[in-house]
Design a binder for this molecule. Sequence first.
Ligand SMILES: NC(=O)c1ccc[n+]([C@@H]2O[C@H](COP(=O)([O-])OP(=O)(O)OC[C@H]3O[C@@H](n4cnc5c(N)ncnc54)[C@H](O)[C@@H]3O)[C@@H](O)[C@H]2O)c1
Length: 291
Amino acid sequence: MTDLTSSIKNITVIGAGTMGSQIAMVAALAGYGTSLVDINERQLEQAKDQLWSRVDRDVEKGRRSAEAVEAAKARMHFSTDLEGAVSVSDFVIEAAIEDLKIKRELFANLDRIAPEHAILATNSSNIVSSKVADATNRPEKVCNMHFFNPALVMECVEVVPHERTSQATVETAAALAESFGKKVVKLNKEIPGFIANRLLNAIRREALSLHEEGIASAEDIDVAAKTALRHPMGPFELMDLVGIDVVYLIRMAEYEQTGNPESLPAQSVKRLYEQGDFGRKTGQGWYSYAN
Ligand SMILES: NC(=O)c1ccc[n+]([C@@H]2O[C@H](COP(=O)([O-])OP(=O)(O)OC[C@H]3O[C@@H](n4cnc5c(N)ncnc54)[C@H](O)[C@@H]3O)[C@@H](O)[C@H]2O)c1
């Protein structure tokens, strides 16, 4: 714990989906009183079951101590009561569904109910925090705090200020992520996609363009990425894993923000999306997973 995090005792994470549930567990494991809030009771039950079995497995495999896991479980609260949780929180991490209207409503609400000193961060991958900060009366205490999936495992957290975010907010968010055991990447200003996803997109864009121009097959481009660049997966294999639908929708969301035709999905991605070939989840994408 540093001076910056010593005043943070309670954290609320909003949204008990893929990201929010694991971010909350990360916070509880780091010693914070943590509330995980969702509008959907079933989602909260499911998140609890999945988290408990995941950390119990970590104990069985010797990756975490039983004491640390039991203490973290005791620090976690699962609730649909946003006001009850947020009104006693020193830091809020929003990881609700990727919908600007819902996020703006949430931030206006959070501003009303959170203690005055509380920082309000969003884990959004595509919505920069200036888009939600102006729904609050504390824009200087709003920033992006971007975790990677799966949040219990991936080390990187990008901390991204908008024009009016204070330096104190950036430093506190960064110190909090470090106290979670994460590596922090601080951006000086906001840009859609932040750093890691922009790097990934640049490689993906080039791979798709090489393929669409008929320079090489998807398989051979993947082999080059893996054997020459030592990437753990090729760009086409990764699209199949993430989901062609997710890749397509992220491009469309960026296009809506930038209005730049270069943000649009590649033709080949659009075709797979329209065919319903979403990758591993449907058994067919760039590769076939029939078996
Ligand atoms: N999935 C990823 O790989 C990933 C990675 C980094 C960041 N993100 C970002 O994290 C956020 C969440 O993504 P996810 O993949 O976990 O989504 P998800 O669909 O798995 O979970 C979203 C959850 O939000 C809940 N929710 C919806 N409206 C709510 C409200 N008003 N109040 C409280 N809860 C509400 C839903 O019930 C659902 O449980 C998004 O902003 C996304 O951009 C996702």
